[in-house]
Design a protein around this ligand. Structure first.
Ligand code: ATP
Length: 235
């Protein structure tokens, strides 16, 4: 569904991605793991059209989207839940969700998407009139995912959904991510520092280091890899 070929990205003179390639098959959950500064966020932002690559291509459902502006990429069904959630703090939960449906015109589809978001995150329904900035970290993450789902995505990119969330809510968020994938058939590209969790829910994984893919394969196999265990899985 998504093919990234030889992507190179620089911030000024600094190289952030040195030619990475990866594939995400339709219906799968694929994860990118790696330490701080490995290039995970840069990869997602480049796929979304928020950063321009110096070299390389991004192909989504057979179309080269590398030169498209971000809003046209979203319109094709590729949604990004950014690191730090980036909800609109001064807007209510309801208004944040409406923003996610910005590109949709069909009211029935919007209502159906809202019902689905409330079915997986009932807490959002209880807090419709609350301003997003006053939600807990976990609730803001639910809202950020809900907002992305409002736009009817075929492909969802999630950047560090466990970051800054109370440990008891992390499991819930990950269960919902798997549920969204399994029941809606939405393909997921997940960036996560918590490699144990990421490898548990994904079918395949790429390990990034200093802007390069240094290891990739089935998540099950990577979990058993001694080198990966020592570096990323706490032994
Ligand atoms: P983290 O898990 O810490 O968010 P990451 O794997 O997502 O890390 P990136 O945020 O993609 O890594 O960063 C990759 C490299 O690019 C790092 O060396 C980082 O310092 C650099 N970088 C990221 N954003 C910028 C920017 N706006 N300007 C300059 N350098 C940047």
């Amino acid at each position: 569904m998504l093919t990234v070929s030889n992507l190179e990205v620089c911030y000024g003179a600094i190289s952030a991605l040195g030619g990475i390639s990866l594939e995400v098959g339709a219906g799968s959950i694929v994860t990118l793991i790696g330490g701080n500064g490995a290039g995970k966020t840069t990869t997602l932002r480049t796929i979304s059209g928020l950063i321009r690559a110096k070299q390389g291509t991004v192909t989504f459902r057979g179309e080269d989207i590398s030169r498209l502006p971000a809003h046209e990429i979203v319109a094709r069904g590729l949604s990004h839940v950014p690191e730090g959630r980036m909800v609109f703090s001064n807007l209510t939960v309801e208004e944040n969700l409406s923003m996610g449906a910005y590109l949709l015109r069909d009211r029935d589809v919007i209502a159906k998407n809202r019902d689905y978001v409330f079915s997986i995150f009932p807490r959002l329904k209880e807090r419709l009139k609350q301003t997003a900035g006053t939600l807990s970290g976990g609730e803001q993450q639910m809202l950020a995912i809900g907002r992305a789902l409002m736009g009817n995505p075929k492909f969802l990119m999630l950047d560090e959904p466990s970051l800054g969330i109370a440990p008891r809510l992390i499991g819930t968020i990950f269960e919902k991510i798997v549920e969204i994938n399994q029941t809606q058939g939405i393909t997921i590209l997940l960036v996560e520092q918590n490699a144990n969790l990421a490898l548990e829910v994904s079918s395949s994984a790429y390990v990034l280091e200093s802007g390069h893919v240094v290891m990739s394969g089935e998540s099950k196999k990577l979990r058993a890899d001694p080198q990966l265990k020592a570096t990323y899985l706490g032994g």
